[in-house]
Design a protein around this ligand. Structure first.
Ligand code: NIG
Ligand code: FE
Length: 410
């Protein structure tokens, strides 16, 4: 299959110039190319430039339009039962996320709704979310477990994620987040639950190849740094790569552990300290920030400026989940990153593409428009890609190109 995208106004390539991510000031450059077409063969970008049309080649005239890489959403909890609008209203009346969690709400509320929902329903509800995400431009995403919190239900979620991985158009990466919270039945003996994670779930996940990453919610009221270290050590033995939720509610040393373990990414970082920013800036661990969370929790936004100025590779993600981010749209996330986290529009695009792919360890294949990469691209009906975060309620993406196939959305 051959395809030429002809006469775009510009192509924001988001190329990292041979590196796996863009760090610090490199994030200001979106690698804009003008006066070029894109030639795609069998789902791979073959040429960027003025291309002679070969025989049997589909031509898509994209005059007046801009092309950007498909968005990668590297942190979602897209499979869950129920919703939590009541907690949203409770927080608006002054209760905090931690107070609601300590009273048995929060994650544990979604756990009980998820446990009672059959796998087929969880899967079909998530499939609808993924379709919406694709229409907003997300061509690859991560899905975490973490609302099962016992053997049977964590496996149910991982199996649903793997079924979605088979049947969905976007690429899907699966993360095991059994360490999302201590389940109510082990409230008074957390050690037993940690042993279920390390000695039962992780070996089974390895045997059945159910996940690529392991994540731990390392924060006040959830898992300590020492517990995270044990769980992540066991996950390495099971062949999984490391991610962490850290510094969302407090600064407790999780980032230093992520750097020490050479985690692929460390996510949240609303309360990261200056020393931790320094450590992260000197590492290859991607800093994933989730701007919708601060908006939903009325909290402090992650210090994107300090992270970028400190030399970090910053990525953006939706954190789609029923508690702290009912956001499935990376254009909205880019808007929030610019307005709340004070990123530039150029930084927000690199953070939603090449650096987001790096946060999944996939930037050798995804996240930028370069010869040899997978042809995942968005055709934007605007002469400047800034239109995407600027008017995020209107979807200006007319076509998503996924693996070289043109999908139409408006
Ligand atoms: O990334 N912080 C932990 N996990 C989610 C929240 C999950 C929930 O509240 O259901 C997050 O924000
Ligand atoms: Fe999360």
């Amino acid at each position: 299959m051959r395809l030429i995208l002809k006469n775009p106004v510009g192509i924001a390539t988001c190329s990292a110039n041979g590196k796996l991510s863009k760090k610090g000031s490199e994030m200001s450059d979106v690698g804009m190319v003008t006066g070029a077409d894109i030639y795609i063969e069998n789902g791979i970008i073959r040429e960027i430039g003025k291309v002679e049309v070969p025989p049997d080649c589909e031509i898509l005239d994209v005059s007046g339009k801009t092309i950007v890489p498909g968005f990668v959403d590297p942190h979602t909890h897209a499979i869950f039962g129920g919703t939590r609008e009541r907690e949203f209203a409770m927080r608006a009346r002054g209760m905090t996320y931690s107070q609601i969690a300590a009273a048995g709400g929060g994650i544990l509320d979604t756990v009980s709704k998820t446990r009672e929902t059959p796998k087929s329903k969880l899967r079909s509800q998530a499939a609808k979310r993924i379709d919406r995400m694709l229409s907003w431009g997300t061509t690859a995403l991560e899905i975490k477990s973490g609302y099962g919190l016992d053997f049977k239900n964590e496996i149910k979620l991982l199996e649903a994620a793997n079924e979605l991985r088979e049947e969905s158009i976007p690429d899907i990466v699966v993360t095991f987040l059994g360490a999302h919270a201590i389940p109510p039945e082990h409230k008074n003996d957390r050690e037993t639950y940690i042993k279920i994670l390390t000695d039962e779930l992780l070996p089974y996940i390895q045997k059945k190849s159910l996940a690529q990453f392991c994540d731990v919610f390392c924060d006040e009221g959830f898992f300590t740094v020492d517990e995270a270290r044990r769980i992540l050590a066991a996950s390495r033995v099971a062949g999984l790569k490391v991610k962490m939720h850290a510094d969302e509610l407090s600064s407790n040393g999780g980032v230093n552990l992520a750097v020490e373990l050479e985690a692929v990414s460390v996510d949240h970082l609303e309360n990261i300290s200056a020393e931790e920013i320094k450590a992260l800036g000197g590492s290859d661990t991607v800093a994933v920030i989730l701007p919708a969370v601060a908006a939903y929790l009325r909290g402090r936004p992650a210090p994107a400026r300090e992270l970028i100025d400190g030399g970090c590779a910053v990525a953006l993600a939706s954190d789609l989940n029923p508690g702290t981010s009912m956001v499935d749209n990376m254009q909205t996330v880019m808007f929030l990153a610019v307005s709340l986290n004070r990123m530039t529009v150029e930084e927000s695009l690199n953070a939603a593409t090449i650096n987001a792919a790096a946060a999944l360890g996939l930037s050798d294949r995804l996240g930028s428009i370069e010869v040899g990469k997978q042809a995942d691209m968005l055709i934007v009906d605007a002469d400047d890609f800034s239109y995407l975060p600027y008017h995020f309620t209107e979807n200006r993406i007319t076509n998503v190109v996924k693996n070289g196939t043109v999908l139409e959305f408006s």
